[in-house]
Design a protein around this ligand. Structure first.
Ligand code: AMP
Ligand code: MG
Length: 529
């Protein structure tokens, strides 16, 4: 049944490409690297690939486009989402943005290897921009090739959908397609370039608008276009704010919303132990979505100073514990960019201060949920501070520790349910055991006083059993490189219900094995992708 219906469903996609229709595009249509002024995008076709092969897709993401849950792997679907076929109604563009990279203004960046095929209006009236990543060079490719390799594409595909199921705001991933072409990369930037399988991920999001889209216009003093992009963004992505007739008030309300959403997103990252790795302003979505999965990682041992990104090893600017402050710094760059629209630094600063307040409140509620408290009381500060010190004192798996904490017997607390979280139980000194026991006793008393029957369920809803651990993605990559796709499919399946115990799937919840401790791709990643 499906083999016939898919091409029909694909051809029936309802495109309404507002970004391309309502904002000015680049007059030049040739596909060569250049600076693109006075425009928000350039038209560019995806580069065809030799033999597209569908590796995996997300039925939940397909549903957002009204596509059926089953997919014909060798047919039109793979052709379209590898970039070989442009359907009627699509209008492929690469958008222009700039950004602060590692604290420095980097000028024009833009979609160097991303191409928006178009915006789909689904039957529920939602708008979804459909974007290919790795589908060939664009005017924004600078020195690079516009391509992506399997390992990074698979990591983006898996993590996007896993984050969605974890309840973390994120862009989505529809499909992962092998191109059949090789792409040369020097994984560790150590002078050993080698060919790797190329791949294309199809991502979808209401929009892919980044802080950097506004920064580039401000840097070029294109204030009229900056105003237009702000208004367009409010109308399409924040229609609830569009009724305010005063442009300054409207823009300020929008900036406050961006700030709030960003704070909420970071609270989620801290809850699940996600480290983005490259929080440059070009990788910050104005929708408060996690975007651009590159050298990201998941905390194994709890360590606020950890970053998976070897490119950032010397300063660790984007380490786990710095993410809230970096988000605020990034918002400050957005504030600077939109200053010409608002022209009132005090008002912008108020919003930036509001970020800290919102984050602090959200973070308290998040910690309370993880610990099973009905609410976070000022007196809980000491308890949580001591806990995070303990977690950092000896290598302790963050995910396992919190998940297993719900199993501690409140009448007679012991460390038994927690032992699995310790990478080296022998490293727990008697003093540390004593401190941990003291903490558990105080914790049990605090919970006892709360007397909350739904506590365990609430804790299990905040503390996932399954996250896309770095080594799990690597195992799936190794298998797909060997032509074996079932590991990836099983992993995706487990990650669909991250808060449920899944009998028979315990191995996906295990802490990092020793072989993965220092293996490239597991705990160490570079920007090479
Ligand atoms: P990232 O730090 O990966 O988000 O990328 C920063 C900028 O580099 C963006 O403008 C990307 O589009 C561009 N870029 C990254 N990798 C490539 C590539 N292989 N080809 C072309 N552009 C790239
Ligand atoms: Mg990026």
């Amino acid at each position: 049944m499906f083999a016939e219906s898919m091409p029909t469903e694909l051809r029936r996609l309802n495109f309404d490409n507002r970004f391309a229709m309502e904002l000015p595009g680049d007059a030049e249509t040739g596909n060569f690297r250049r600076q693109v002024g006075a425009a928000c995008y350039s038209r560019v076709a995806p580069t065809p690939v030799s033999t597209p092969k569908l590796v995996a897709w997300s039925p939940e993401a397909a549903a957002l486009l009204d596509l059926p849950a089953e997919v014909d792997g060798s047919g039109l679907f793979a052709e379209v989402f590898a970039g070989n076929r442009v359907l009627d109604g699509m209008d492929p563009i690469a958008t222009c943005y700039g950004g602060h990279q590692f604290g420095n203004w980097a000028g024009q960046l833009g979609d160097g290897r991303a191409i928006n095929l178009g915006e789909v209006l689904n039957r529920r009236g939602e708008r979804w921009t459909v974007q290919l990543k790795g589908a060939g060079p664009t005017p924004y490719s600078r020195m690079a090739d516009g391509l992506a390799v399997l390992r990074s594409s698979l990591r983006e595909f898996v993590c996007s959908e896993a984050m969605f199921h974890l309840g973390v705001p994120t862009t989505r991933a529809l499909s992962l397609v092998l191109t059949g072409d090789e792409v040369v990369r020097d994984i560790l930037y150590d002078g050993h370039p080698a060919p790797e399988p190329g791949a294309v991920v199809c991502r979808i999001a209401p929009s892919f608008t980044r802080f950097g889209h506004f920064e580039i216009l401000a840097s070029r003093r294109e204030t009229d276009l900056l105003r237009r992009l702000v208004d367009f963004t409010i109308e399409t992505d924040f229609p609830e704010l569009a009724d305010e007739g005063d442009p300054k008030k409207r823009t300020l309300a929008w900036f406050r919303e961006v700030s709030d959403r960003t704070a909420d997103m970071i609270v989620h990252w801290m809850r699940v132990g996600f480290v983005h790795g490259v929080m440059n302003t070009d990788n910050m979505s104005v929708l408060g979505l996690t975007i651009d999965y590159g050298p990201y990682g998941w905390l194994e041992g709890y360590d606020p100073t950890w970053t998976p990104n070897t490119t950032d090893a010397s300063t660790r600017r984007y380490r786990f514990g710095a993410q809230p402050a970096v988000a605020q710094w990034n918002l400050m760059q957005l504030a600077r960019a939109i200053y010409p629209v608002i022209e009132d630094a005090d008002l912008l600063n108020e919003v930036l201060n509001g970020f800290a307040a919102r984050y602090t409140e959200g973070s308290g509620a998040m910690v309370a949920a993880k610990l099973g408290f009905r609410e976070y009381l000022p007196s809980d500060e000491q308890l949580s501070t001591e806990l995070f010190e303990l977690l950092g004192a000896v290598e302790t798996d963050m995910t396992l520790f919190f998940r297993n904490l719900a199993s501690v017997d409140l009448e007679r607390p012991t460390m038994d349910p927690l032992m699995d979280a310790y990478y080296e139980p022998a490293a727990l000194s008697p003093a540390l055991r004593e401190r941990t026991m003291a903490w558990l006793t105080t914790y049990a008393q605090r919970l006892g006083a709360d007397g909350w029957p739904e506590r365990v369920a609430a804790m299990n809803a905040a503390n996932p059993r399954f996250v896309p651990r770095n080594y799990l993605a690597q195992i799936a990559i190794d298998d797909v490189e060997r032509g074996e796709f079932s590991t990836l499919h099983e992993l995706m399946d487990v990650l669909r219900n991250p808060y449920d115990e899944q009998p028979g799937k315990e191995r996906f919840a295990e802490k990092r094995p020793e072989w993965a401790r220092n293996r490239a791709g597991c705990s160490m990643l570079s920007c090479s992708s």
